[in-house]
Design a protein around this ligand. Structure first.
Ligand code: HEM
Ligand SMILES: *[C@@H]1O[C@H](CO)[C@@H](O)[C@H](O)[C@H]1NC(C)=O
Length: 325
């Protein structure tokens, strides 16, 4: 009696999942809002000129959105009781400028009478992410569209869904694999740490209290560790944030991987990609060849953009990105 059910799960479930992601397409808004790409790009460019944090803030927001309940802009929903996704400790450091980028781009889209209430916040976030990557010198790529916005956002749903900076390679791989992302995808996506900032508490253990016998993580370059201690003294102001790529902090390039080769990965989850022999070869390839990194990144972020996509009755086109309709 149990067999047909198991067969259904094994054979049909992957098919259903494929069908959902297959509903995404490049020209999804060609009839309803043909200029959506240029409208979003202009709004994002304007915001980027005001503040650089627009870029890392938007990119990280997309990642955190997709890993929790899928790419459905649930991370943008606000709660009057502070119980939304964004209120979880893993999300509280998401930069406000990332949220603001989506809200501004949505306002620009809705100023076009043809487009009003036709484009989802989830798609605007996916487009804005592509745009900030291009604005910081990274690759540009076509974005699959057709995601609907989710109606649920809870603090509880974030639990154990996002990677932590002290994760092992196995933990990183299994978390990404649960969303259909390979180790190579994970290594390429980690290259997002080529731009943006981190608060000192995210890595302070590596420079002060690594283990009972060592203060400093031996996989850290000693000179870099000294610099990190200067920027992040003990009892540092908790609002201080430092560049994650100390070499070219504002450029989306493969220097992140060159830094790993030198022991200059900020988190142990970064450095492990080079110290573990299972992932080292890919790091070396990306460090040597920016084109190879860019191609792998585009493949991986396109796959990330398919995670848990909502269509049909599962979602809606939100009028206000911070609230359900
Ligand atoms: C592989 C596992 C990952 C871990 C453990 C991780 C962890 C972190 C941590 C701890 C921070 C600093 C947060 C803070 O102190 O405010 C950060 C920042 C950031 N992460 Fe990740 N991350 C990972 C993967 C990713 C991926 C896949 C992306 C995007 C594709 C991404 C994009 C970013 C960006 C852009 C920032 C800078 C944010 C800003 O400046 O506002 N990260 N990450
Ligand atoms: C760099 O990577 C690209 C894309 O994978 C490849 O076509 C090219 O041959 C590589 N270049 C070198 C010098 O290896």
């Amino acid at each position: 009696m149990k067999k047909p059910c198991t067969l259904f799960v094994i054979l049909l479930l992957p098919l259903l999942i494929t069908t959902v992601s297959a509903q995404l397409r490049f020209n999804y808004y060609s009839a309803t809002c043909p200029n959506v790409e240029s409208i979003v790009r202009n709004a994002v460019t304007q915001k980027f000129r005001q503040t650089f944090v627009t870029a890392p803030g938007t990119l990280r927001l997309f990642f955190h959105d997709c890993l929790v309940r899928g790419c459905d802009a649930s991370v943008i929903l606000a709660s009057s009781t502070n119980t939304a996704e964004k209120d979880h400790p893993d999300d509280v450091t998401l930069a406000g400028d990332g949220f603001d980028t989506v809200i501004k781009a949505k306002a620009a889209v809705d100023r076009d009478p043809n487009c009003r209430n036709k484009v989802s916040c989830a798609d605007i976030l996916a487009l804005a992410t592509r745009d900030v990557i291009a604005l910081t010198g990274g690759p540009s790529y076509p974005v699959e569209l057709g995601r609907l916005d989710g109606r649920i956002s809870t603090k509880a749903s974030v639990q154990r869904q996002l990677p932590h900076p002290e994760f092992s390679l196995d933990q990183l791989n299994s978390m990404f694999a649960s969303h259909g992302l390979t180790q190579t995808d994970m290594i390429a996506l980690s290259g997002a740490h080529t731009i943006g900032f981190s608060h000192c508490n995210k890595f302070s253990k590596r420079i002060y209290k690594f283990s009972k016998t060592r203060q400093i993580d031996p996989t850290l370059d000693p000179t870099y560790a000294t610099q990190l201690r200067q920027m992040c003294p003990i009892n540092v102001d908790p609002t201080i944030a430092i560049n994650m790529d100390p070499t070219t902090p504002r450029t989306f390039d493969n220097v992140y991987y060159k830094n790993l080769q030198k022991g200059m990965g900020l988190f142990s989850s970064d450095q492990i990609l080079f110290t573990d022999s299972r992932s080292k070869d890919i790091v070396n390839i990306f460090a040597a060849n920016n084109t190879a990194f860019q191609q792998a990144f585009v493949t991986a972020i396109t796959k990330l953009g398919r995670v848990g996509v909502k269509t049909g009755k599962q979602g809606e086109i939100r009028r206000d990105c911070t609230a359900v309709n």
